[in-house]
Each structure stands twice: as C-alpha cells, then as structure tokens.
Design a protein around this ligand. Structure first.
Ligand code: SF4
Length: 152
C-alpha cells in the first residue's frame, strides 16, 4: 500500500518553528523510493513557515495571538487528502499532537502545554475519506506496523 506521511516526520523543516524530525529515516526512504508522499497540511493551507503556533479549540483552530485560522486548516486538510488520493495512498502516518495531524492527542486550545485526547483537522478529514490513520506513536508501539502497511 502507498502511504501519505506528515512532511515534518520525513525531515522537512515545515513545523511552526521551522523544525522537522530526523529520527525516522525509514519514512524518508519510503518517500525517496516513491512509495510514500510527504504532505504538510498547514503549508498546503497557505500558512508560512515559521508561523505563530496554533491549537485546536473545539471545531476551530486559533493561533497564540487569538486569530482564528480554521479556514486555512480546513483548506490544507482538503488539499492534503486530495494529494494523497491522487498519489494512490490508502493510509497515512501523521505527527501526533498537531492541530492538523494529531491522531490521538492534541493540545487543549489554551496554550497551556496541556494535552487532551482528540485529533487534528487533517487527521479528521483523512479518516472521513476512508484512509487508515496512524501516528508516529503507532510506529513506536509496533515495530512491524510499517512493513505491514507497505506489504498490503
Ligand atoms: Fe508536520 Fe502536520 Fe504540522 Fe505540517 S501540519 S508541520 S506535517 S505536524
């Protein structure tokens, strides 16, 4: 099965603070081999990098200055799903706790570093579109998961 992966997990410097994650070389290799596509819903939604941090607050997304960014998040999520569909992906591996990509957990919307159960806007959209949705926490819990997903 082809995969779509949060771009920051593939080493792209697209996090809100201009960072990315280098600890998943296996994900970078999938992208390099054309077996996966890297997508960043926030960049696809037109947000700059770096950007003011945002958190999900109920159905909305707000930045740390109180500006409502929901529409950019929705647009980015729709574009990420469209790209994954065009690529032929059937599952996604997303970055946990992000207001876009959070899969099981997000911050609570009060910028207090408090984590609650929930999902990001893109994660929600991928699930609604029928994708299998996983996070990097699933990879850490199940060493065989990536091989199993790719073998399907
Ligand atoms: Fe990573 Fe997703 Fe945030 Fe982009 S939107 S930086 S892919 S967690």
């Amino acid at each position: 099965m082809r995969l779509a992966i949060s771009a920051c997990l593939c080493g792209c410097r697209c996090r809100y603070d201009g960072g990315g994650y280098d600890q998943y070389p296996q994900l970078r290799r999938l992208v390099a081999r054309g077996e996966a596509i890297a997508v960043c819903p926030e960049v696809l939604g037109g947000l700059p990098t770096p950007r003011t941090p945002c958190e999900r607050r109920g159905a909305r997304v707000v930045d740390a200055r109180g500006v409502d960014r929901t529409e950019a998040y929705r647009m980015g999520a729709a574009r990420a799903v469209a790209r994954a569909c065009s690529f032929g992906a059937g599952a996604v591996i997303l970055k946990e706790k992000s207001p876009s990509c959070g899969t099981y957990y997000v911050y609570n919307g009060r910028f207090a570093r408090k984590i609650i159960q929930g999902q990001g806007i893109a994660s929600e959209r991928f699930r609604a579109a029928g994708f299998g949705v996983y996070s990097e926490m699933d990879l850490a819990r199940d060493a065989q998961l990536l091989a199993a997903l790719c073998a399907r």
